[in-house]
Design a protein around this ligand. Structure first.
Ligand code: SAM
Length: 286
């Protein structure tokens, strides 16, 4: 399903007058490899993600790792060697799923009766801006043992045209998955989730905000906490009514004096950062 990418390509080819639109056609593809693709249905059918998909700015493709498991029961996990609790995700279905998705292959067609597994058909390749949307992409393994996700890491991920997000479950992956595929191992924080799906959604949610055209206001991604050149926390925001339960909106924000407002916001931002996240300030600014 690449109609969005084709639409962008068509707009680019149409005329030089669509220069502005061309910028908005920055296209990014996410492939999520999971044992539970249904978890994403609510997420991809709402709000910013839904709009971004509809506008052809992003594509989110879901792949069930179990489709690459052989045999009648399509087993994806097994007991850990050496003993211990829980189940470990086996190498073959995971590695073969990643490789096939990166190549742009469909799942193998399996004859459940005799367990035979054949190769699936190749998915049509689409070229946008001289680059294949089915380039292998940047492989990300969601794991609590990975480097910690932060806004600079999100900015780095947003440079890729295609992210392939590998979600674990149970006790995680057989370690040889990591040794063979050399993924970018990414953690969303120092705690353990039941699976990588929520972490994958976190990555998608943070990355798509940086794709031109996804947010109504490009500037908001620049002004947000962690996002400005100095990466301070954003100052407090206010909207109508001007007074609520005795609390007033700061007078300066009603003044219409943009210079004053900018100065006030910067001061507030510094103060808040100093109080809450002094670690974000250079040593002399704390
Ligand atoms: N036994 C593993 C360990 O101690 O490192 C934890 C496995 S966890 C229960 C199952 C899956 O959830 C992982 O394979 C990973 O995909 C995902 N996961 C859990 N916590 C995560 C985190 N903080 N960041 C990213 N993914 C996480």
């Amino acid at each position: 399903m690449h109609w969005q990418a084709l639409r962008c390509k068509a707009l680019r080819a149409a005329a030089p007058t669509v220069a502005l639109l061309m910028r908005e056609c920055e296209y990014m593809r996410f492939d999520v490899l999971t044992l539970f693709p249904e978890i994403f249905s609510g997420y991809t059918s709402q709000s910013l993600v839904k709009l971004a998909i509809e506008r052809g700015l992003i594509d989110v493709q879901l792949h069930n790792i179990r489709d690459w498991a052989a045999g009648r029961h399509r087993v994806v996990d097994d007991r850990p060697f050496g003993g211990g609790p829980g189940m470990v995700l086996k190498c073959p279905p995971v590695v073969e799923c990643v490789e096939a998705v990166q190549r742009g292959d469909k799942p193998p067609v399996s004859d459940v009766e005799d367990g035979d597994v054949e190769d699936g058909d190749a998915v049509d390749n689409v070229v946008v801006d001289g680059r294949s949307t089915l380039e292998p992409g940047h492989l990300v393994m969601l794991t609590p043992q990975g480097r910690r996700l932060s806004q600079p890491v999100v900015e780095e991920l947003a440079q890729h045209r295609r992210l392939v997000l590998l979600c674990g479950r149970y006790e995680g992956f057989d370690d040889r998955v990591r040794q063979l595929l050399h993924p970018d191992e990414l953690s969303i924080g120092d705690y353990v989730l039941g699976g990588g799906e929520v972490a994958a959604m976190v990555v998608i949610d943070a990355v798509i905000r940086l794709i031109p055209g996804v947010l109504g206001h490009e500037q908001s991604a620049v002004d947000d906490s962690f996002s400005t050149a100095d990466r301070w926390l954003e100052s407090g925001q206010f909207t109508r009514p001007r007074e609520y339960r005795g609390l007033q909106v700061p007078e300066v924000l009603l003044s219409g004096n943009h210079e004053e407002i900018a100065r006030w916001r910067r001061e507030q931002s510094l103060q808040k950062t100093r109080q809450r996240r002094a670690d974000l300030l250079p040593p002399e600014g704390k």
